[in-house]
Design a protein around this ligand. Structure first.
Ligand code: FES
Length: 403
């Protein structure tokens, strides 16, 4: 008699890598953590999920089977090669840290967007990408509350989805009002999952607002855009809620206007503000933005004298920056970033957001002194180790950089 061996996938099967051990058991959540030894790690795509007609979720597992630790609302910087070019992009983690064996990003395909199309067309189960450790301060952890108001629009849903999934998994009794705006019902990301949550946890209330119908579905819910009247009718207790907002810049500015006009205490307001209004002055278009919809970028103008943040009466000094690994030395003025000077000299150091957020341009300063004005893309312990973000560092002396 042959006894069939069930329940244990054969060794070498893709499903036995990473989160499932050799005995077919899910690894415990206290397994080794990703990024505990290095800021960069290799991920393997485990699954690709169709979320809407133009949005996919990419589920990754750590190549070494480690678990992921992050705070809901944070993002990771992924690095991959597109058409022979190394690209770095920041993506919000849409999965919750309460499901630590996988890390998911959710990406909308944008017409003409090189990276979103590449992801949709080329990333399949088994695809490997590099990822930098999670960063970002738009998180629940700093603002525990009894009542939340989550406001999102379009792809901006991803950080608040991670927050909502986390609160759901933890069985939180917080009163959560989640108001998401979309163009049509077919564009509502995570629609079914969000609609199912209140059935299990009535303290979660989900409201979708659509601008119009989809050809195959007439929208029967709230129509139009977020407004003072809509918000006040949905949340008469607005002033008791802590608000998290993420979406396109015009949407967030409208939300801010509504809240301010309603007399809301803006100390309880948090927003994700990946803005590219201040772009590199080198003439190079930004390579990346967090979850950006890749709308055609406005040409970035060369900086003129008046656009510098250094006062015209302040003397501008020029220092030298030696990039030790590449063996190049470039001139860098005190009114430009080290990254801009490098790009202008034809170097191509890794960079992404150019705003001191993503950590892609992080390197070690071997000697010298800089004025670094970052936006959370580097940790205090890294600063103590002489690491700098060259996109937001201006020289205060001659520099030697490990790049
Ligand atoms: S390029 Fe993002 S922190 Fe420098």
């Amino acid at each position: 008699m042959t006894v069939a061996r069930t329940g244990v996938p054969p060794r070498g099967d893709a499903r036995t890598d990473g989160m499932v051990d050799d005995n077919g058991l899910v690894k415990p959540a206290w397994a080794t953590e990703c990024w505990s030894e290095s800021d960069q790690t290799e991920l393997v795509c485990r699954n690709v999920l169709d979320i809407t007609h133009d949005v996919k979720s990419f589920v990754f597992e750590a190549e070494g089977g480690q678990v992921f630790r992050f705070v809901p609302g944070q993002f990771v910087t992924l690095q991959f090669e597109v058409d022979g070019q190394q690209i770095s992009r920041c993506y919000t983690i849409s999965s919750p840290p309460t499901r630590p064996h996988t890390l998911t990003i959710t990406v909308k395909r944008v017409v003409g967007g090189p990276v979103s199309n590449w992801l949709h067309d080329h990333v399949l189960p088994g695809t490997r990408v590099s990822a930098l450790a999670p960063l970002g301060a738009f998180t629940l952890s700093g603002a525990p509350a009894a009542k939340y108001l989550f406001l999102s629009a379009g792809s901006g849903i991803t950080p608040v989805m991670s927050m909502t999934r986390t609160l759901f998994d933890l069985g939180s009794d917080a009163d959560i009002l989640f108001v998401h705006s979309a163009r049509t019902p077919a564009d509502i990301i995570f629609r079914r999952e969000l609609e199912a949550m209140p059935a299990v946890m009535p303290n979660i209330r989900v409201v979708h607002i659509c601008e119009g119908d989809y050809p195959s579905e007439r929208w029967a819910g709230l129509r139009g855009r977020i407004s003072t009247a809509v918000l006040q009718s949905l949340a008469p207790d607005l002033h008791e809620r802590v608000t998290f907002t993420c979406g396109p810049a015009p949407y967030m500015s409208e939300v801010r206007r509504i809240l301010e006009e309603s007399g809301y205490d803006m100390r309880n307001y948090y927003e994700e503000s990946f803005s590219f209004e201040t772009l590199p002055t080198s003439g190079q278009l930004p390579q990346a933005s967090r979850d950006a919809d890749e709308t055609p970028a406005e040409p970035v103008l060369e900086a003129d004298a008046d656009s510098s943040s250094v006062s015209p009466v302040e003397a501008v000094t020029t220092y030298t920056v030696e990039f030790v690994k590449s063996g190049r030395t470039v001139a860098c003025r005190t009114d430009e970033s080290v990254l801009d000077a490098a790009l202008a000299a034809g170097l191509r150091p890794p960079s992404s957001c150019s705003q001191g957020m993503c950590g892609t341009c992080k390197t070690t300063m071997l000697s010298g002194e800089v004025d670094m004005q970052h936006n959370g893309g580097i940790r205090p312990r890294e600063v103590a180790q002489n690491k700098i973000l060259i996109c937001c560092s201006r020289p205060l002396s001659d520099l030697r950089i490990d790049g």
